[in-house]
Ligand binder design. Structure first.
Ligand SMILES: [Mn+2]
Length: 342
């Protein structure tokens, strides 16, 4: 049995009041893991509340029990009350409280035991118990493992299966990133044997955009994508005016960073968007180029080896300039990583 289970099993022996929370701007992994765990722990007799730091995107609202999720930015009092009366807080798909933005101080000062389950690098040491596995495809896969290791595979019903599938599907880029291990496919096979149909989930999450998002994508790829063949890299930088013109919300830019990687010889792609108080950056790579380190070294960020995020406080033009300098600094490494892939 894994260490986390040994530690938390006694805490779950009797019915508890449990809060389950995830990072700001929940994605399918954060929400899927939270609701998957919610359904499981509810079946085990616990009283659970899922708290999201802010509202979730429309394409995730179909998830079983998503309507029960409390949003801190809209239901502050209910959230504070739930945190006050709970004994355990599960923290899923993030590893430092600051990732929950304004919710962070309430989590920090709560006397409840905090349990981390996450697959990002460099977890903070502020959790009472936890499991951090950067080698795992998704937090959803970790929840699946937890249920199985607790001997409860038979409790995985369609609700749990749909939630957990969503996160593993999106975090592996529909099963193509290197994190797609044999255990990921075994997990999906098990969920399908329990009645899961993947196609409607793909459609609900990936084929659910508004017209403006696709027109924006066309504009971005035709007009805004800059290629740097000498660095095997690409960048897309979008101003606030452009986002406004196409009525683009935060979630609508998700995934755009991946497109340049489909170009032959491009191994590193960056998406920069101008937001209210900062430039937000996403980094993706193929092969050995480590965008977790790149984001840490240059743009106050981090994440995974092939997918990370960062930010910059200077203007869009300045950020782009700094980015080009960073490419220059990494020229040798980019070339080597490119050659290794050939
Ligand atoms: Mn994740």
């Amino acid at each position: 049995m894994n260490k986390l289970l040994i530690e938390i099993r006694p805490l779950l022996e009797y019915p508890q009041q449990i809060v389950i929370t995830h990072h700001y701007n929940a994605d399918a992994d954060a929400l899927g893991a939270s609701l998957g765990l919610y359904h499981y722990l509810t079946l085990k007799g616990h009283k659970c509340t899922v708290i999201s730091p802010n509202s979730m995107p429309d394409f995730l609202q179909w998830m079983p029990a998503a309507y029960k999720v409390l949003k801190f930015d809209e239901q502050k009092q209910e959230v504070i009350k739930a945190i006050e009366k709970c004994q355990l807080i599960f923290c899923l798909d993030f590893n430092q409280f600051s990732r929950t933005k304004d919710l962070a101080p309430y989590l920090e000062k709560s006397k409840a035991k905090k349990i981390l389950i996450d697959h990002h690098l460099n977890p903070a040491q502020t959790f009472d118990f936890g499991i951090s596995r950067p080698s795992k495809s998704s937090t959803c896969e970790m929840i699946f493992d937890l249920i199985n290791e607790n001997g409860d595979n038979a409790l995985i019903n369609l609700d749990i299966a749909q939630c957990l599938y969503s996160g593993v599907m999106t975090d592996t880029g529909s099963f193509k990133f290197p994190s797609t291990t044999a255990s990921v496919h075994l997990m999906v096979a098990d969920l399908m044997q329990k009645g899961l149909h993947p196609t409607p989930i793909h459609q609900a999450i990936l084929d659910n955009y508004q017209e403006n998002r696709l027109r924006f994508l066309g504009y971005v790829l035709a007009e805004k994508m800059l290629l740097f063949p000498e660095f095997n890299s690409a960048v897309i930088a979008i101003s606030k005016e452009e986002l406004n013109k196409y009525k683009i919300n935060t979630g609508d830019t998700e995934g755009i960073v991946n497109y340049p990687l489909s170009i032959k010889n491009i191994i590193f792609s960056t998406f920069i968007s101008e937001r209210d108080h900062e430039m937000r950056m996403s980094f993706r790579s193929k092969g050995d180029f480590n965008v977790n380190i790149f984001a840490r070294n240059y743009f106050n960020g981090g994440g995974h080896h092939n997918a990370s995020g960062g930010r910059s406080d200077v203007s869009l033009a300045e950020t782009l300039k700094n980015f080009k300098q960073a490419l220059e600094d990494n020229k040798k490494q980019l070339k080597q990583c490119y050659l290794d892939l050939q």
